[in-house]
Write a protein that binds this ligand. Structure first.
Ligand SMILES: [Zn+2]
Length: 451
């Protein structure tokens, strides 16, 4: 993991946030390559979930919502962690984690903590357990008083539920149908960590699929398989992924069933990457109760009013970025030329082409003006469609290595022969095979390679 953290910073993928001020814990900024990469992850998700389906539509709800939303959702009352303070060193701990570490049941309920459990750092006595709400609070308007208090959303799902009827009616949807959304969510975690695995500000890719109650099991199973297939299609091997069904004590009280897709992260081992949840009719029922609005669906064929059940698919954009990055990173023996053979290893980022931040690098063999002109014309013909990068500094071997490190699938080299035969050399990141391609055909060539 440390290797990936420093690699991600060095190559412009992910920086510690506000680093010049010493950073802010577990908060990260996506750099020039990171933002391209993450956008590609989100685009791939949207394509699979919305664009290539007739039964799912998109939504972009506001981060700030009416505060009653979070009473209805149960977050005000129940979205808490049980915390204890060390009376000696003042460090704060998750009571359930301390129990887990002692091999005791992790399904901690508030109450007195076992006297044998002391501060793991200093051995000090611990305070009684308090429930700490994970929602970030802020105030609307000029006056900081309780009536103006609102929350930064701790999940995107509620923005979908409160818009259920707006979407269903404006888009003339019949069950089953889904609403998909990508957006930021915020949780004041006491123990974030493992790089971008758990951060206080994060981005979710969620989809809520509304179904008839009797259809829930069927759609749960099909969504489970589809979400797993998405990660496989984008290059993560089966051996590093698995399903894990939540046990009864892990389930939220309203949830009928929950299955995680887990990835085998370094240090952590298999941990959550995505989830599929049967949320029953709980969410819409609660919003109906708290809003006083009728949120029932009317089934015309059966002449029946009822609250739909929901199958939720939940993926973390940052966790997906982390898994794809970890998985693509490979250190190989020197492979790109002898001109500066001092280095012993090279890095190749074997990202799926759809996810690679830069698709094509354009590398004139020298800084001669004649080569620059041809190279720039080629880049201009390609950048309308794809992210490209122009690099004319250093030996060609060094430039290939730079592109391999950031996962660029193709490099185009313009040499002096190009001026005569109007061809360029295209090099493949993974096979390192080189091919001469007519400049006039270059767009079609990449259209085919990158489709
Ligand atoms: Zn202590």
């Amino acid at each position: 993991m440390d290797t990936i953290v420093s690699f991600a910073k060095r190559r412009g993928f992910i920086f510690p946030s506000s680093e010049i001020y010493g950073g802010i814990s577990s908060t990260y900024d996506y750099g020039p390559l990171g933002v391209e990469f993450k956008n590609n992850v989100k685009r791939a998700w949207w394509k699979a979930m919305v664009q290539e389906r007739n039964d799912v539509v998109g939504l972009d709800a506001a981060i700030l919502m009416h505060p009653t939303t979070w009473e209805a959702s149960g977050h005000v009352e129940g979205f808490t962690d049980p915390l204890v303070d060390c009376k000696v060193c003042k460090k704060r701990w998750r009571a359930d984690h301390l129990l887990e570490a002692k091999g005791m049941k992790p399904d901690f309920r508030p109450g007195a903590l076992d006297k044998n459990i002391v501060c793991p750092d200093c051995g000090g006595e611990l305070s009684a357990v308090r429930n700490f709400n994970l929602m970030f609070k802020t105030f609307v308007g000029a006056v900081e008083e309780n009536t103006n208090q609102i929350y930064l959303r701790p999940e995107t799902a509620q923005g979908i539920y409160v818009n259920f009827l707006n979407v269903q009616q404006s888009m003339r949807r019949k069950l089953p149908f889904g609403i998909a959304q990508i957006g930021k969510a915020f949780r004041n975690e006491i123990t974030p960590g493992h790089f971008i695995f758990r951060t206080r500000e994060f981005e979710q890719m969620e989809q809520q699929y509304f179904v008839r109650p009797e259809d829930t099991d069927k759609y749960f199973e099909s969504w489970k398989e589809m979400r797993m297939q998405w990660y496989l299609n984008l290059g993560i091997p089966k051996s590093r992924l698995r399903f894990r069904e939540h046990e009864k004590h892990e389930l939220a009280h309203y949830a009928k069933k929950a299955v995680d897709i887990e990835y085998d992260y370094p240090e952590m081992g298999f941990s959550e990457l995505a989830g599929i949840h049967n949320r029953s009719d709980w969410d819409l029922s609660r919003h109906q109760k708290f809003s006083g609005q009728d949120l029932q669906y009317f089934d015309q064929e059966k002449n029946e009013h009822f609250i739909p059940w929901i199958i939720e698919t939940s993926d973390g954009a940052d966790r997906a970025v982390l898994a794809f990055l970890l998985d693509a990173y490979e250190e190989v023996k020197t492979r790109s030329g002898v001109d500066d053979a001092k280095h012993k290893k090279e890095i190749v980022l074997r990202l799926h082409k759809d996810l690679a931040p830069i698709k094509i690098a354009i590398l004139p063999l020298s800084k001669k003006e004649s080569l620059q002109k041809v190279s720039q014309d080629i880049q201009k013909s390609l950048w309308k469609k794809w992210m490209t990068q122009y690099d004319e500094t250093g030996s060609i071997g060094k430039r290939y290595r730079r592109q391999d490190e950031i996962g660029t699938p193709y490099c185009v080299t313009v040499d002096f022969n190009s001026l005569e035969d109007k061809k360029v050399t295209v090099r493949d990141r993974d096979t390192m095979e080189q091919e001469r391609v007519d400049i006039i055909d270059i767009q079609n060539y990449f259209e085919d390679k990158l489709k």
